[in-house]
Design a protein around this ligand. Structure first.
Ligand SMILES: [Zn+2]
Length: 123
């Protein structure tokens, strides 16, 4: 009997796994592979040019930016998980309103409602 790894229904956990996976991938392709030529597959979403030296430098900068972004995202997810454990998940950090389900579906790590997020980003 094949034992299948249970697919979690929790979008937050799924997202956490996804981000973790991406982080590992970026780690492997960009930093561990510093000395050797990075071949073939690179991070999803990064368009790739035939590598000459300038491109490699640029690529590394981009990898770094991606890594930072992923770390930020991982932090947000951790935060959301903590909130979930405390029973505060899905409630806006700023105004205390419920965050709409549709938003949580799109961004399970969101801790702000759209209005507050907008205000936050506008600053
Ligand atoms: Zn709010």
């Amino acid at each position: 009997m094949a034992k299948r790894k249970a697919l979690t229904e929790d979008p937050l956990i799924r997202k956490a796994e996804e981000v973790e996976h991406l982080r590992e991938f970026v780690e492997k392709t960009s930093f561990a592979g510093d000395e050797q030529e990075v071949s073939g597959e690179l991070s999803a979403g990064v368009d790739q040019h035939p590598a000459d030296f300038a491109d490699v430098t640029e690529q590394r900068g981009r990898d770094y930016a991606i890594k930072q972004l992923l770390e930020q995202e991982a932090e947000q997810i951790q935060d959301a998980m903590r909130r979930k454990a405390e029973g505060r998940y899905g409630i806006c950090e700023e105004c205390g309103q419920k965050i709409p389900k549709a938003r949580l579906k799109a961004r399970p790590e969101a801790t702000l409602c759209i209005n507050c997020q907008r205000r936050f980003e506008a600053v």
